[in-house]
Each structure stands twice: as C-alpha cells, then as structure tokens.
Design a protein around this ligand. Structure first.
Ligand code: AMX
Length: 435
C-alpha cells in the first residue's frame, strides 16, 4: 500500500524544517536542570528523547497523537460498531497523526496479510529451542533470526544515501509487524498444544488472525485481542522496550535487531513480565489463603506480607503515572460490559480496593495505583487464554506497533547515534561537595 508510505512522507516532511531549525538555531535553549536524584533514580523526568507516536501524562495517562484511549475506542475504525478498534488504525494514527478512514485500516490489514509469510527457518529456529524455554526467549530468538533479510541492512551495505534510510526501514517495519502474529501463535501452539499449528487466514485482521492461529475463533476473543493490541501498543519513548528499541536503532541496527532489544527489555519483571507476575502472585495468594474468593482483609494481609518480604506487588506502581492507569480502567470497563461474575476478576477488583492505601502508607512508593498489567491477565484467563507464561509475548506483539512506528520516524528525522555521558561515583560525590 504505497499510498500509506507516501502519506507518512508528506506528513513527516512537514516537521523536518522545524526539526532542522531547532537543531541549527535553537540548539542552545536550556530545557531544565538535572539533579543527582534524577540520574540515580533511573533518569526520571529528564527530557532526553524525541518521540512522536504517543505522550504520557503522569496525571492523565497515555495519549496517542493527542487521543486518549476512550477517545480512540470511540473514533478508530472497527469491523463492527459493537466491537473494539482495529490496531491497524492505531498504527496509522501513530504514523500519520490523523484518525484513519475505515478503508485505510482495511488496506493496512491487507498489506500486512501479504507480508505475513514467515520463512521456514524461523520455525526451525524456534523448534531447535527447548520446548520449556521461556516464551519470550523463543519469541526474541525468532525475531532475531529474521534479520538476515532486512532490506534496510542490504540497502545500507549497498551504500544507499542516508536520506532514504527511512524508506527501507519502513519496509522492514511493515514486514516485521506483519509476521508477528504467526510467530507468536506458533510458539503458543508449540508449547501448549503439542505443536498442532493453525495456518493463518489472510482474510482476517491482524489481531483477529492472531486469535485464530492461537486456536480461538470466537468473536469475543478476537474483540479482546483487538483491545489488548491497542492498549499495549505504546507508552511514549522512555519505557524500557521503547527506549531499548530506539537506542539500538540509533546505531543503524536493522529493525529486527532493534525490536529484539526492545523485547528482551520487555521480558523483565519490572516491565512487561509483570503481567505474568501478577498472575503468579495472585495464584500464590489464593493457594496460601486457601480460597478463590478471598476477603479484603485476607488480601490486605497478603500484600503486607509481600512488602515485608522485600518483594514488589506486581501490577502496582509506575515510573511516570501517578493515577490509576487508564489502560487498567479500560480493561475494567470491558470486563464490566461483557463479563458476569468471574472470581479472578472479582479478586483483581478487590485488590484494587485494598492495595492503594497500603502501598501509599509505605511512604516510599510514588504511585500506589494499578498499571496495565494488574488487569490484563484476568481478562485473558476469562476467555480461555490461561497460559500466563505466554502473556508477555502478547504484550510484545502489541508493543511492536509503537516502537516500530517510532523507528521509522527516527530514520526519517535522521536522529543520530545515542551517546549520553556517564560519570564515576567519585564525580558525583565531588559535585555534591562530599569529598
Ligand atoms: N510494590 C512494592 N514496592 C514498590 C512497588 C510495588 N508495586 N512499586 C514501587 N515500589 C518500591 C520500589 O521498588 C522502590 O523501592 P526501593 O526504594 O526500596 O528501591 C520504591 O518503591 C520507589 O519506587 P518508585 O519510584 O515508586 O517506582 P520506580 O519508578 O522505581 O519503579 C515500577 C516503577 C513500575 C518498576 C515499580 O512500581 C514496580 O516495581 N512495580 C511492580 C512491577 C510492575 O507492575 N511493573 C509493570 C509496570 C508497567 C509496565 O511496564 N508494564
């Protein structure tokens, strides 16, 4: 679908003059001060990255090109009015900056369907790994194994002019995204369904096809995965998966390398793996209490115990947000709309009642409210996707939309190799006047 690429070019080109002006004429404008605390607390709050696709506000949550999640649920094209928006539409919005027409979304679906063929060696690589290796290990390894046919890499080696880098990057990005549902579903069926694989249906949308290939053909699961793929797609540029992708891409690594870097970051328990940790933590709690309908006071006691053990309560807290994550609320509303009396979802809601005041009372946790991962597992579980070890792969498939769109912008804007400055402890001590 050449016209989508052309639209991206036209829109992004309009920003180029501003960007060049910023660099040439306003490069010395001071953006703020950096404190020792900011550096030692993970560079929080330092404006250090240029990311177009979405912006996170601590007190409001994520906006994609200015649109909140509820606005997107209302405005992005859906297959039917009662359904959820197609993630293809969100990708268009992140790339072009405008809400697409339904036709644009269908065209992206078709484009991805034509690119979705996964080379046989990728399946061979997955099959060569032990079946019990973590799903994220299998996923990242599979992605990396596709790097050999990066068109960006080939063009670079052939000496293409740097002003065309973005064009080749766009091609890789579209192909990579297109292949992910097949790869994710292959890993899922390999691990949990004895390798009894399901072929893609090229007439389905990207998320619908993922549900289909995982073995779920109901309208309900397709609707859930469309929602899931939209809400996990992007969270501005500084989170670990987005930042790692961007950083590795800044060395002109190809999209497969850059996205793999993002995925191994997502696999960490403080980031995307938290969606599995939430499920493990709840299972442990229910097992120890001995009921699947715990009371608020039993949950409170278990949270206290977790804190005393020096562990985190997964699904709670955030590096930027200072409110209940709107991605949590969107899922909660989805459950209220479609699900009646699910015990696990009741427990998740009970934790939401109980946890924030306890976390707040510690005096050190900056955000006592739930994040996206506190709810997602319970929803998947309700619809029969019960294998929580797999959940971070689903997060990763979705996250490709944001980080890969950003990678095209990075190459379009010609952003340079990233190289912040590091200092020794002695230097910090001197700055603080301690030595
Ligand atoms: N349970 C217990 N302690 C927590 C906590 C939680 N949910 N959230 C934060 N804390 C602790 C931190 O570990 C830190 O302790 P320390 O001073 O002893 O090292 C202290 O509170 C201050 O941390 P913070 O500034 O509030 O958070 P942060 O920016 O350092 O970390 C996050 C943010 C998300 C990693 C943290 O809140 C956390 O570990 N949460 C649980 C894991 C989780 O849900 N991660 C998913 C986040 C969303 C995502 O990326 N998918």
């Amino acid at each position: 679908m050449e016209y989508i690429k052309n639209r991206f070019y036209e829109k992004a080109m309009k920003n180029m003059a501003d960007l060049q002006k910023l660099r040439k004429e306003h490069g010395d404008v001071v953006l703020g001060q950096v404190t020792i605390d900011q550096v030692l607390s993970g560079m929080k709050g330092i404006p250090a990255l240029l990311t177009e696709t979405s912006k996170l506000d601590a007190n409001e949550g994520i906006r994609f090109r200015g649109f909140s999640l509820p606005e997107l649920q209302d405005k992005l094209p859906k297959l039917d009015e009662a359904g959820e928006p197609l993630p293809e539409g969100l990708f268009y919005l992140m790339m072009i900056g405008e809400i697409p027409e339904k036709e644009d979304v269908i065209n992206i679906s078709k484009d991805w369907a034509t690119r979705a063929h996964v080379p046989q060696h990728v399946f061979d690589v997955i099959d060569a790994l032990p079946k019990n290796s973590r799903p994220m290990t299998q996923f990242s390894t599979a992605i990396l194994s596709m790097a050999y046919d990066s068109v960006f890499q080939k063009a670079y080696r052939a000496g293409v002019n740097k002003k065309f880098y973005w064009d080749f990057m766009y091609e890789d990005v579209m192909t990579l995204i297109a292949r992910l549902p097949r790869i994710a579903a292959y890993i899922y069926r390999r691990i949990y369904h004895n390798g009894n694989h399901i072929e893609p249906n090229p007439n389905l949308d990207w998320a619908g096809n993922l549900a289909h290939m995982m073995g779920f053909d109901s309208t309900e699961v397709k609707r859930l995965l469309r929602l899931y793929m939209v809400i996990h797609a992007d969270h501005e540029g500084g989170n670990v998966s987005a930042h790692a992708t961007h950083l590795v891409g800044s060395a002109l690594s190809n999209a497969y390398y850059a996205y793999t870097a993002g995925m191994v970051g997502l696999a960490g328990p403080l980031h995307g793996f938290a969606n599995q940790e939430v499920m493990d933590w709840i299972s442990e709690m229910l097992e120890q209490i001995g009921t699947d309908e715990p009371s608020d006071s039993q949950i409170a006691a278990y949270i206290e115990k977790t804190l005393v053990q020096g562990r985190v309560v997964p699904g709670y807290g955030h590096a930027v947000l200072r409110i209940t994550d709107p991605r949590f609320t969107v899922q909660q509303k989805f459950a209220e709309k479609y699900i009646v009396n699910d015990k696990l979802i009741n427990t998740v809601n009970a934790i939401y009642r109980v946890a924030p005041p306890i976390l707040e009372a510690t005096g050190k946790i900056k955000n006592p409210w739930p994040n996206v991962d506190a709810f997602s597992g319970a929803l998947l579980n309700h619809y029969g996707i019960t294998e929580s070890n797999f959940y971070t792969v689903l997060f990763g498939v979705s996250r490709s939309l944001g980080v890969m769109a950003s990678l095209v912008f990075d190459r379009f804007y010609g952003l340079p190799i990233e190289r912040p400055n590091s200092q020794t402890l002695e230097w910090f001590l001197e700055k603080a006047g301690i030595t």
